[in-house]
Design a binder for this molecule. Sequence first.
Ligand code: UDP
Length: 263
Amino acid sequence: MLVFSGHSQDITLQGDPIWLGGYPIASTELAPFTDALLKTVALRERRNVFFANTNFVVQCRPLRQALQDPSVTIVNDGIGLDLAAMLIHRKRFAANLNGTDLIPSLCERSVRPLRFFLLGAKPGVAAAAAAKLEGSYGQDVVGICDGYGQMRSEGDDLVRSINRAQPDVLLVALGNPVQERWILEHSAQLQVPLAFGVGALFDFLSGNARRAPAWVQHMHMEWAFRLLHEPRRLLKRYSVDLLTFFGVCLRNRQQGAAPQRAG
Ligand code: UDP
């Protein structure tokens, strides 16, 4: 467990993890977690943060070993994880944490504007998300690279470009498991305190995709809202993949006390 002292009370970045599907998932709440992340920025330490929804659990299986590194924090995102935690461990997560809530919270709780680098999404989408981060949240965006042609043409120079821009926070929006793999593979070279895998965050921030109304979020039905809007892309994710998700969680249900590997 990684604990920072110096706060009025110690704040952990790993919580007392709940193991699901072979991943240690921190059970923590938005405000203390956000403050612990801001402390990481202040200390110029390195941390990679991932949001585990059912798609993450299914898609990131080849990365499970690397995702157990102490520099990684995984938090729970969505009702699927809650159901699995109840089913397998009879436990509840302290809160539901997703990038769409956490990144605004990071901006709001920081005492100074943070320096963001945005990597991923379609050309124009990251730029529109950057405008939102600067205009509505008062942050500094020090670099942008779309997740298609620009990323390909940057090639090996991309990490150098990111480091040169000296961001506090790198947001990587390439979808699962590409964003997780990219962050883990480049973690040692990145000189950025915080790197997040943020999925569709830039689409939401830019207004390119609409988020479910608050009442739908409160009913834990955001997944259904997304399914209604993108049925062709998401139908498999919310049917076959969901069965795979529960299968992976059940097969790995003994995991926790001592890390083991299973399918
Ligand atoms: N994306 C990208 N490059 C790619 C594939 C995807 O930049 O080669 C972007 C995509 O445009 C989107 C983000 O990755 O903005 C997240 O993708 P997805 O919608 O699959 O995320 P999720 O549904 O997992 O949140």
